[in-house]
Design a protein around this ligand. Structure first.
Ligand SMILES: Cc1cc2nc3c(=O)[nH]c(=O)nc-3n(C[C@H](O)[C@H](O)[C@H](O)COP(=O)(O)O)c2cc1C
Length: 215
């Protein structure tokens, strides 16, 4: 009896090992049905960038893809600002650093030797604002989605962020918000850091169990 148990255990172990090896091989060799799906599946949020600027013609295409996102009633209650000024990014980061209490958990990030700026070290920052309405947050999210996937398809990495947004409604953040020159009634909602990647992030786990067919 014990002999059979050991045999079954050995077989099961063998099968699991094969499964893992096959899965790893499959991950390495994944082929996608087309380039759009490959872009969507391989895009990752990047938080380390080199200093190479994004050429204007590349950024223009990314922005164009953004404004072609579906949006409620095609009302386009959004505005977009692209910050290229390294001085603006540096000064905003300095003001932000000064506004964070030294004992706050937020101050931990400044100790990271790789910390370059408050936008996850990106070289360019796209700000998306909205004139709040029933679907405008969704509209801006879809716009951001188009932008990050378009960027990925052009070799540009990105990270969508809400974390830095609160700073711009503080006294210290006001001059930087003013410099964005948004129209009356527009409120900052989201920003996207972009640039050329200096890291290769892992794919964070996705929970396939969240999706169910109803038949
Ligand atoms: C609405 C939204 C807000 C986010 N805010 C931040 C943020 O403030 N800082 C950050 O580092 N990442 C932020 N992210 C990136 C997520 O952490 C990231 O998308 C998620 O971990 C999945 O990883 P992936 O983008 O590599 O697939 C945000 C993403 C979204 C969609």
């Amino acid at each position: 009896m014990k002999k059979y148990f050991l045999l079954i255990a050995a077989c099961l172990f063998g099968l699991t090992a094969c499964d893992n090896a096959a899965q790893q091989e499959q991950e390495q060799e994944t082929t996608y049905p087309n380039e759009v799906i490959e872009t969507i599946m391989t895009r990752r949020s990047v938080r380390q960038y080199n200093d190479e600027p994004i050429p204007h013609e590349v950024m223009d295409k990314i922005l164009e893809c953004g404004i072609h996102a579906p949006n409620g009633m095609n009302a386009q209650r959004w505005e977009v600002r692209v910050v290229e000024s390294q001085k603006w990014i540096k000064d905003a980061t300095e003001a932000y650093k000064n506004s964070v209490p030294a004992d706050s958990p937020m101050a931990k990030q400044f100790e990271d030797p790789n910390f370059k700026n408050m936008f996850r070290n990106a070289t360019n920052v796209i700000f998306i604002s909205h004139r709040p309405g029933p679907c405008t947050q969704l509209d801006c999210g879809l716009m951001a989605g188009n932008m990050v996937n378009a960027a990925k398809s052009l070799g540009v990495s990105s990270v969508i962020m809400m974390g830095p947004i609160g700073f711009f409604s503080t006294e210290a953040g006001k001059p930087f918000l003013d410099a964005l020159a948004l129209s009356e009634g527009q409120e900052l909602l989201i920003c996207i850091g972009m640039g050329y990647s200096d890291e290769k992030p892992e794919t964070p786990e996705r929970k396939y169990s969240k999706v169910k067919y109803v038949q």
